[in-house]
Design a protein around this ligand. Sequence first.
Ligand code: PXP
Length: 237
Amino acid sequence: MRLGVNIDHVATLRNARGGVHPDPVKASKLVEKAGADLIVVHLREDRRHIREEDIAKILRQIKIPLQLEIAPTKFMFNYSIKNNIKKVCVVPEKRKELTTEGGLDLKKNYKFLKSNIPMLLKNNIEVSLFLDPKIINVKLSKKLGINAIEFHTGEFANAKADKEKKLYKKLKSVIDYAYSNKVSVRAGHGLTFNKVKKIVKIGSINELNIGHFIIGESIFYGLENVVKEMKHIMKKS
Ligand code: PXP
């Protein structure tokens, strides 16, 4: 199982002072050194964290793949093609949200995706969609010719003990369905050491993408240590 580390919040901290520190490129190098499998960044339309120049530097200085999270817009799709991005995950975006609060609304975005995804695929870009864990989303993705889905784990990650079992079962049944339909399954949002120990038991997940918790914990324990610990938990569980 691959670990993608989202380093957006290193840039959030940098941008809080408008300077150059802490540097997301330095963070990417440490994440790579610690054994992560990919660097993940979200180029938001408001550029509240990662910016184009960060992406250019990361691409030059990092050997592991970069996964770019983008909104379903012509600008972002063209940007990915022009900048030789190899992996994109299409995510919903709202100006006022604190984070990506739910999966992409496939019905609402179906027409745009149907006519624009082929352009990404033609340019050899691997495309995944960030979706709520629902069977209908797996079916619609297949209709779009998509074979990689990242399931939004926010509900499960935020659930307290009383609701967790039910949400775990719901997530597992959709993930198992997707996996049995030859979908490469990824998952992410709100994951912590504790939640990862539980979610990896599902078994059919190919990749976890984790940001906020890893960056937050690294204040106390150091970025390399936290990434190594996350990889360790993923391997042994
Ligand atoms: N995956 C996707 C597609 C996301 O949009 C996000 C949040 O930016 C994450 C994973 C990581 O979520 P978190 O920062 O809560 O770990």
